[in-house]
Design a binder for this molecule. Structure first.
Ligand SMILES: Nc1ncnc2c1ncn2[C@@H]1O[C@H](COP(=O)(O)OP(=O)(O)OP(=O)(O)O)[C@@H](O)[C@H]1O
Length: 227
């Protein structure tokens, strides 16, 4: 299967701190990868480097074989909008917009007319268990519902890769399980790859593979048998 996203020899330093000390990672279509490791081990730096948010000092990031880490900021931010989806710990939904418009936002930012963008976003509401909540503002949603709207927003533009940074970090265990099941299922349905940072081994176990990071290096790599 072809590689969608790859990082080779990634090094990132902040002053005397080496956040990434030479990391190699590849993800393929429909692949889901969890990144785990102690606090400060470099997980978020790795995710942000793969997502074109942080530039590595050494090494390279390739999307479908094309090197992106040297691209200019405008080109990179357009790439992030079109080809990547993001889910963060706290949904980061816009409080004044109804759920359906929050989910439609990446399309509207690309110039898709509001009505069409919302219609496409609405298609995600039933599979994500959000039917009937289309008009709610984020303040009127539970934490789990807000994360499901964030998943719809991450998938609406049919990205190549979804990046999730502690997507269940603010949720209780039952809600975490629901959210990660929906995230892995829905992402796989679209054919996108998923790269997720999590502290929670139960959440990581929903991914195909787990990468352990320690002191900026890969310290372990395990595969789960995919049903
Ligand atoms: N902008 C920055 N400036 C200086 N140091 C940074 C910066 N970002 C990260 N670091 C340092 O780089 C190292 C890796 O940080 P990173 O956030 O990637 O770790 P993490 O594994 O995601 O941690 P956590 O689980 O606590 O979120 C840490 O020592 C951190 O203090």
């Amino acid at each position: 299967m072809s590689t969608v996203l790859a990082g080779h020899g990634l090094v990132k330093k902040y002053g005397s701190t080496t956040a990434l000390a030479g990391v190699d990672v590849e993800v393929r279509k429909r692949d889901s990868l969890a990144i785990m490791g102690p606090s400060g081990s470099g997980k978020s730096t790795l995710l942000h480097t793969l997502a074109g948010i942080i530039r590595p000092d050494e090494g390279q990031v390739q999307l479908r074989g094309e090197r992106i880490d040297k691209w200019g900021e405008n080109r990179l931010s357009a790439l992030r909008r079109k080809r990547f989806g993001f889910v963060f710990q706290f949904g980061q939904l816009l409080p004044e917009l109804p759920a359906e418009e929050n989910a439609a936002l990446p399309l509207m930012l690309e110039g898709v007319p509001r009505k069409d963008a919302v219609a496409r976003a609405r298609r995600w509401f039933a599979p994500l268990g959000l039917e009937g909540l289309e008009q709610r503002r984020p303040g009127q949603l539970s934490g789990g519902q807000a994360q499901r709207v964030a998943i719809a927003r991450a998938l609406v533009a049919e990205p190549d890769v979804v990046f999730a940074d502690e997507p269940t970090g603010a949720l209780d265990q039952r809600t975490s399980t629901e959210v990660v099941q929906l995230l892995t299922f829905a992402t796989r349905e679209t054919g996108a790859a998923l790269v997720m940072v999590t502290h929670d081994a139960d959440v990581a176990a929903h991914c195909d593979r787990v990468l352990q990071v320690r002191d900026g290096r890969i310290s372990g790599h395990s595969h789960f048998t995919v049903a």
